[in-house]
Design a protein around this ligand. Structure first.
Ligand code: DC
Length: 250
């Protein structure tokens, strides 16, 4: 029998069957919730807020790809050279703490959000060998459960046995506007059309990479965030999780 996230009565969540549950080596007491979707669908903000509301840990897997990209650029490692990248990643200490990310002890949370890193990260995320390194760390992070994790492949590849899977989507125009606003607020001067083109290119890369490509897990709930506020998306997810907090701004 599926457990909901709280004991609120009368709000059963009709979750998909847990086909991998029986095979799991270490049973989890608390669930894993995955949020996948394209760039700019609102995953990071929503996942962070959802984790806060539930008292779960939060994992932004995009920031792991970004942090490795940041280090590769710092060290002059070619982001299209898988062997060099794997070697570099194996030598790296990646620490995720809430929404902060550190590599080798250095906090690079803000630095990894630049447009330069965004562009290069799409290449670093391609080679299967690189993904294997980072997926292993993501699974280690999530094995105890009580986790909200977001990315492209969290429900499909990394945690196929996740208790709750969501897929957040939005039109390309809405996603480009959000990204453009984020960059402008950070003080980066970027042209809207350029941002939109960049998102379209990353969509193409995300959807066509040989391993870990973006796709909707068959058992995910799909939510189009184009005309929804962050509060509305978070409330929607909490209601679907059966926490009895629908309509709250938490
Ligand atoms: O979500 P984001 O924009 O921060 O992700 C940065 C890059 O990493 C982006 O090119 C997609 C890639 N990525 C990935 O391939 N798999 C993930 N689970 C998360 C991100």
């Amino acid at each position: 029998m599926k457990k909901s996230l709280s004991r609120a009565p009368g709000r059963p969540y009709n979750a998909p069957a847990m086909s991998f549950q029986a095979a799991r080596a270490t049973p989890r007491n608390r669930p894993v919730i995955t949020l996948d979707g394209p760039a700019g669908a609102g995953k990071t903000t929503v996942a962070k807020r959802l984790a806060q509301a539930l008292g779960f840990r939060f994992l932004d897997t995009g920031s792991m790809y970004r942090a490795c990209t940041w280090k590769a650029l710092e060290e002059g490692v070619d982001v299209r050279d898988p062997a060099a990248l794997v070697d570099m990643i194996r030598r790296s200490r990646l620490e995720l703490d809430g929404d902060r990310i550190r590599i080798d002890g250095r906090d690079i949370t803000e630095a990894v959000r630049s447009e330069r890193i965004t562009r290069a990260a799409a290449f670093l995320a391609d080679p299967p060998e690189v993904r294997t390194e980072l997926v292993r760390r993501q699974r280690d992070f999530g094995q105890a459960g009580g986790l909200v994790t977001e990315g492209r492949d969290q429900g499909s590849v990394v945690f196929p046995d996740a208790e709750h899977k969501f897929y957040l989507d939005a039109s390309i125009d809405v996603r480009a506007r959000r990204r453009h606003r984020e960059l402008t607020e950070r003080g980066e001067r970027v042209d809207y059309e350029e941002v939109r083109r960049g998102i379209a290119e990353r969509d193409e890369k995300d959807r066509t990479r040989s391993v870990g490509a973006l796709r909707k897990p068959a058992d995910a709930v799909v939510i189009d965030t184009s005309s929804l506020s962050i509060d509305e998306v978070v409330s929607n997810l909490l209601a679907r999780l059966g926490t009895g907090r629908a309509g709250s701004n938490a």
